[in-house]
Ligand binder design. Structure first.
Ligand code: CP
Length: 323
């Protein structure tokens, strides 16, 4: 149902809230459009006028380094006017609802809101209450979705592996609390990756996780065997209720990515992580900084991918849902 409200009646993407339910054509169009933006960072003049005259508001009610900054850079490269709001200075801290805050910002002729919130469904709720000319992009909502992160991850995989159709991908870590994992799984399935594995202790796997189209493993060494891509996740300690891991040391011993575990994957395997990384907890420093790591490529690619998504939802790069 959320996916339906992401497209307008003519099949044009008007919000970007979740990967779930999006068409293969939409994901490929986002990746291809991002590809056309990828060299902009190396140009002397890093701007195109696609969003000239448009106003973008970054509304982040949760902390962020990568997502907020790359959205700001992306919007500026598209020539939009960008406003970054600091939640602690907003009137929500005086009791104003988020929807009223958005209505007031809308009255200032905002065209696009980029929203991060600790509550699952926040961006969806806002999208239901804005007029048709205003677009919403979800920059992470609770445990639900982080769709732009998943798209920059897909872009990075395609950059190195070219074809999704013969890959074996493992997502490792706190699957239960991870909005990134949920979005990655949907994207990998839509793009036709034949084998997606999730690796975690039982306590950090959602019940009936197989229904998401993945193969669960609790033994990391078995799960990493011959994979092409290892996507690590942060332990979301702030979202855990109760004790779900015995100790951080034991977690690292069993599920931390070390050089000997990377050696179980294919020799040209990619190591990815959405960040922030916790060295020595889910990933060893030698791996995070090692030859398989594309972690900083993911960050760089986030600019082109977010340019692509903003341009598409604002109608600057036409796209139609397959009928
Ligand atoms: N990957 C990610 O969402 O990082 P930030 O929290 O720094 O935006």
């Amino acid at each position: 149902m959320i996916a339906d409200m992401q497209y307008d009646q003519s099949g044009q993407l008007r919000h970007f809230l979740t990967i779930e339910g999006l068409a293969w054509e939409t994901l490929v169009h986002i990746l291809d459009t991002a590809q056309s933006f990828i060299t902009f960072g190396e140009r002397e003049i890093k701007k195109v006028p696609i969003l000239r005259g448009k106003t973008v508001v970054n509304l982040f009610f949760e902390n962020s380094t990568r997502t907020r900054t790359t959205f700001e850079i992306a919007a500026k490269r598209l020539s939009a006017d960008v406003i970054n709001l600091n939640p602690s200075r907003l009137s929500t801290s005086k009791g104003e609802s988020v929807l009223d805050t958005v209505k007031n910002l809308e009255a200032m002729h905002t065209d696009l809101f980029v929203v991060r919130d600790a509550h699952s469904g926040a961006a969806f709720l806002i999208a239901q209450h804005v007029p048709p000319h205003v677009a919403i992009i979800n920059a992470g909502d609770g445990r639900h979705a982080h769709p732009t992160q998943a798209m920059l991850d897909m872009f990075t995989i395609r950059q190195y592996k070219k074809d999704f159709g013969n890959l074996r991908v493992a997502i490792v870590g706190d699957i239960l609390h991870s909005r990134v994992a949920r979005s990655q799984i949907h994207a990998l399935n839509i793009l036709g990756v034949p084998e997606v594995r999730v690796i975690a202790p039982k306590t950090l796997l959602p019940t009936e996780v197989e229904r998401l189209g993945v193969q669960p493993y609790t033994d990391m060494r078995k799960g990493l065997k011959d994979v092409d891509v290892i996507m690590m996740l942060r332990l979301q300690l702030e979202r855990m209720q109760g004790t779900l891991i015995a100790s951080e040391q034991e977690y690292f011993n069993l599920y931390g990515l070390t050089e000997d575990k990377v050696a179980l994957a294919k020799p040209d395997a990619l190591v990815m992580h959405p960040g922030p990384i916790n060295r020595g907890l889910e990933i060893a420093s030698e791996v995070a900084d090692g030859p398989h790591s594309v972690i900083l490529d993911q960050v760089t690619n986030g600019i082109a991918v977010r340019m692509s998504i903003m341009a598409i939802v604002m109608g600057g790069q036409s796209e139609r849902k397959a009928s």
